[in-house]
Design a protein around this ligand. Structure first.
Ligand SMILES: *Cc1c(COP(=O)(O)O)cnc(C)c1O
Length: 385
């Protein structure tokens, strides 16, 4: 998995740290670009998955747009050279400051989630003498069959505009002169590995499109969001996710009207497999059922297991002998600070290096300084001395 050069390099730097495999990362971007390019689809990178400057710079150079969920993300995208006309701004709670920032930068689209938000953007745009491009984020009521904390497209979720509000919105749009409807937007959840879920989304989008056509509203853009999942069980498999199959499915099932552009906002699937969290074993002690391997990374570096009971593959990368079971836990004063229970690993002792795999998405970007810990640094395979 790692070369001996990499392991020697790891031994010279302070643990824990994030390690990004740049060749893998660029190959993955290439695959997405080619697969989407076949159909002329526009791919935005959902910046919230990982806002690391170096990765963002490469994503921008590949020609992807940005999907932002905060004013600071919009600002960062612009600072790093993403074109404002390729920036979508989503989020159920945009602050006044954030709306004004996005207006000042003439971004591609505000993805709006409530009637009140539409009214406020119109009011602020009028003050600046601008016309803001907006898309309606619609709640399609499609079950993403994923963890309930990362399901967003059901009527019970806080996200999006529900079907029963459409008539009122159409009326509102007629009277508001400083917002211009350019499209509709969806995002139904994350870590979706069953492509049938996206097929259901396509079917719902087709139905919703009919409503707009019947109301003589032409939508230039359809944005189906992100959510494509990765294989956390098999971090070294590189034929998954299957981007070809993913985009082909939309080509087959989503009925685009002529001149319409289809947009995607891919976060996790762009970056997840490119990164690992490398940590050192501090102590090993006996528990009732298994041993505890206490490592120097905690939920402060990777919160997904504590937050969503997420699975990450864990491997001892320096010990080759024996086999045993360990609860791999961090040093933070919380019982949820556990990366994995009864993890089978080679015989593990103080000083060994452990890799927690597939942390490129929602890893580094969710780091915190809880317990006043230092933020972990990032290292890159193409910068190894
Ligand atoms: C989080 C998010 C995404 C990206 O989701 P992934 O599952 O990481 O692909 C896309 N669009 C919106 C609006 C989001 O909030």
């Amino acid at each position: 998995m790692y070369s001996s050069d990499e392991i020697s390099y790891f031994n010279t730097i302070k643990t824990p740290f994030y390690y990004y495999k740049m060749e893998y990362f660029k190959n993955n971007l290439e695959k997405i670009k080619n697969a989407a390019g076949k159909y002329g689809y526009v791919v935005h990178y959902a910046m919230k998955a990982n806002a690391n400057d170096k990765l963002l710079g490469i994503i921008k150079d590949f020609g992807f747009g940005a999907d932002c969920v905060s004013g600071n993300e919009v600002q960062k995208a612009i600072d790093l050279g993403f074109k404002p006309k390729e920036i979508a701004f989503a989020g159920v709670g945009k602050s006044d400051f954030e709306i004004n920032l996005a207006l000042d930068n003439d971004i591609f689209s505000f993805n709006c989630e409530s009637i009140q938000e539409l009214e406020i953007i119109d009011e602020f745009a009028a003050k600046k003498g601008k016309i803001a491009q907006i898309a309606l984020r619609i709640n399609p009521n499609v079950n993403a069959n994923t963890h309930h904390y990362i399901t967003t497209g059901l009527e019970e979720n806080k996200f999006g505009i529900n079907r029963w509000e459409f008539d009122k919105i159409i009326e509102l749009l007629k009277s508001k002169k400083n917002i211009h409807l350019i499209g509709i937007h969806f995002h139904i959840g994350s870590q979706i590995t069953d492509l049938d879920v996206f097929k259901n989304l396509c079917i719902r989008v087709n139905e919703i499109q009919k409503y707009f056509t019947e109301n003589h509203i032409l939508l230039e853009h359809i944005n189906v969001g992100g959510g494509l999942g990765v294989d956390y069980e098999h971090p070294d498999k590189d034929d998954f996710p299957d981007f070809e199959a993913f985009f082909r499915l939309f080509d087959r099932f989503l009925e685009l009207r002529s001149g319409q552009k289809l947009h995607f906002e891919i976060g996790r699937a762009m970056v997840a497999q490119a990164g690992d969290l490398i940590t050192r074993v501090l102590f090993v002690k006996n528990g009732i059922n298994t041993n505890f391997a206490i490592v120097d990374a905690g939920m402060t570096e990777l919160i997904r297991p504590a937050l969503y009971q997420a699975y990450h593959k864990i491997e001892n990368i320096t010990s080759k002998e024996g086999i045993d079971f360990y609860d791999v836990v961090g040093p933070i004063c919380e019982s949820s600070d556990t990366f994995g229970k009864t993890v089978q690993m080679t015989e593990t002792k103080r000083g060994d290096l452990i890799a927690i795999r597939t942390i490129g998405a929602y890893g580094e970007v969710m780091a915190s300084r809880y317990n006043l810990r230092d933020l972990a640094k990032s290292y890159y395979s193409d910068e190894i001395e």
